[in-house]
Design a protein around this ligand. Structure first.
Ligand code: GLU
Length: 547
């Protein structure tokens, strides 16, 4: 068979050569050890934790080595494409601090290795398709759907491996006349790889996450180009990652079964194989057993979920690092204030079997991260969140930034900062009472006489002085306690509760409820300092009127 003639017959319009492409997309001029990697999503519109895992892994590997991270859009499957999906993806990853140096962007392509949408690269793939045909490494296949189904049925009946291989590869060695006749009849064809592998052969392969793997050769003549001339993922991946000079392919381990074919394909094309980083799935505990996070069952798989709940980006990234690198937590303990990027990320520390995602732990990490922020940062992030998810709250926060910031400063700083907020969604329940619109009516404990509560509040109002320091303020509360016949001696009370009508804690609660509407609040003295004299007094008076 004259393979060159076949190549010219199949691709008459392809005049570019691989050499021309090598020149057009030159080897990158980067320092030794610099990692060039990419995200190569199919634009389906759903951005999930898996994307973040892949994003953080590739981002860290590229940027901590002085390399390049680029975005390539794998839009060869028009049926699955969702309009606007690329924008959503770029914006979501940007929200999590993942910036691309190159590739598809909201302003169009950036970089010289484009186009970065696979749908615009048909001419490039065809150059290599033609080359493979000319070298006898690929051939057209005119099998119909019916023939392929019949083949699979035969294989299943015979309990053989399914697929287009060996004696089942009907078009592998057909003469030129047969091909010409099909083409003349205008029948559709796909381009298949001519596999020279055998499932009898195995070889060793090193994956950066999975470690040493024993791989069985591929013997299937997989499709390279579909009948519309669009490449399959396999072929596009090989051509693109070669020409875009990718050094590391970071992707989900659902691609591991295709790896034997990819290795073969790179070799057939004369390309240097990149390093592979196959990431295991994210798992969660479901009862006593682990399972993969699922789009259908787990709303927390979607990245939009974390934004809406109000997890700060820093907290999500911090937690994801603990998931990705087993030594991150030790590093964090030793470097409590270091920026996260100072941590030396290693793909080798990823769990090859997949990582466990623990929502409770994320919440915990988030509490710590927020507790460490200063009040103005909390104000800024909370307002940003509220503007999108609770505009009414946002309007109140921004009406008086100094007031909001003073509230958020309570218990901040120092060795043991308060950990009241895990997500911005909880902030309103925590601090809403400072705003009259969100103040709830107090529900006093039935066991106390309304007249006693009223008297306690009266006594407090009579003595309330904004100039008091916190000790003087509390001395007054204690004095009121005594006057009411309640006790300040908590030990004595515990020993014989029936001996007292109540304690200083109860009196504090009366005042707290009158001022905040709640039995729990941050330090009451500070609350009053922030509310100011007039508002504190007005609130207590309003409650007294209703008692
Ligand atoms: N488009 C493929 C996917 O979304 C990309 C895999 C890869 O990163 O190579 O799974």
């Amino acid at each position: 068979m004259d393979y060159q003639a076949l190549a010219d017959l199949l691709f008459p319009d392809v005049t570019d050569t691989p050499e021309m492409l090598e020149e057009r997309f030159p080897v990158r001029n980067l320092p030794e050890g610099a990692v060039v990697t990419r995200m190569a999503p199919s634009p389906t519109g759903f951005v999930h934790l898996g994307n973040l895992v892949q994003g953080l892994t590739s981002e860290r590997m590229a940027h901590q080595s002085g390399g390049v991270l680029f975005l390539r859009v794998e839009d060869t499957d028009a049926k699955r494409e969702v309009p606007g999906a690329v924008e959503v993806l770029i914006n979501t990853l940007k929200h999590y601090g993942i910036h691309f140096d190159e590739g598809a962007s909201l302003e169009g392509d950036v970089g010289i290795y484009g186009p970065y949408h696979q749908s615009k690269r048909a001419a490039i793939y065809h150059v290599y398709a033609k080359k493979l045909v000319a070298e006898g490494k690929a051939y057209p296949c005119f099998c119909t759907e019916e023939e392929l189904t019949a083949m699979r049925e035969t294989q299943e009946t015979n309990k053989e491996n399914t697929g287009y291989y060996g004696k089942y590869a009907m078009w592998r060695d057909r003469p030129m006349e047969d091909i010409q006749a099909q083409l003349d009849a205008g029948n559709p064809w796909v381009l298949r790889f001519r596999s020279t592998g055998s499932i009898e052969n195995q070889f060793k392969f090193d994956d950066l996450v999975k470690g040493k793997l024993t791989i069985t050769e591929n013997d299937v003549d997989h499709v390279l180009l579909k009948s519309d001339g669009i490449p399959t993922y396999h072929f596009a991946h090989a051509v693109d990652d070669h020409l875009m000079r990718t050094t590391h392919v970071v992707r989900g381990d659902e691609w591991l079964p295709s790896l034997p074919f990819h290795i073969q394909l790179f070799k057939a094309l004369g390309f240097k194989l990149p390093k592979y980083v196959h990431i295991g799935p994210l798992m969660k505990m479901d009862g006593a057993s682990k399972r993969k996070l699922s789009k259908r069952k787990d709303p927390e798989l979607a990245l939009t979920y974390y934004k809406a709940e109000g997890f700060p980006v820093e907290a999500v990234c911090e937690y994801m690092m603990t998931v990705l690198n087993s030594n991150f937590e030790d590093w964090r303990r030793a470097n409590p204030d270091a920026p996260i990027d100072a941590f030396k990320f290693s793909p080798k520390k990823l769990n090859p079997a997949g990582s466990l995602f623990d929502y409770a732990k994320l919440t915990d990490v988030s509490k710590n991260v927020i507790a460490k922020m200063d009040a103005s940062k909390v104000y800024h992030l909370l307002t940003q969140w509220a503007e999108e998810f609770d505009p009414d709250f946002a309007a109140r926060l921004t009406a008086d930034p100094a007031f909001a910031t003073a509230i958020l400063a309570i218990g901040r700083g120092g060795k043991k900062p308060r950990k009241d907020i895990a997500v911005w969604k909880e902030a309103k329940a925590y601090m809403g009472f400072f705003y009259d619109a969100y103040l709830e009516k107090p529900v006093f404990d039935e066991k106390f006489d309304r007249a006693v509560i009223s008297r306690a509040l009266r006594l407090f109002l009579d003595r309330f002085d904004m100039a008091d320091d916190s000790a003087a303020w509390f001395d007054k509360v204690k004095a009121i306690t005594e006057e009411l016949g309640f006790t300040t001696d908590m030990k004595a009370y515990k020993a014989d509760p029936a001996a007292f009508p109540g304690t200083v804690a109860d009196v504090s609660t009366f005042i707290r409820q009158a001022v905040t509407g709640k039995t729990n609040s941050p330090d009451l003295y500070t609350v009053m300092q922030i509310l100011g004299y007039d508002r504190t007094v007005a609130r207590i008076q309003a409650v007294m009127e209703q008692l």
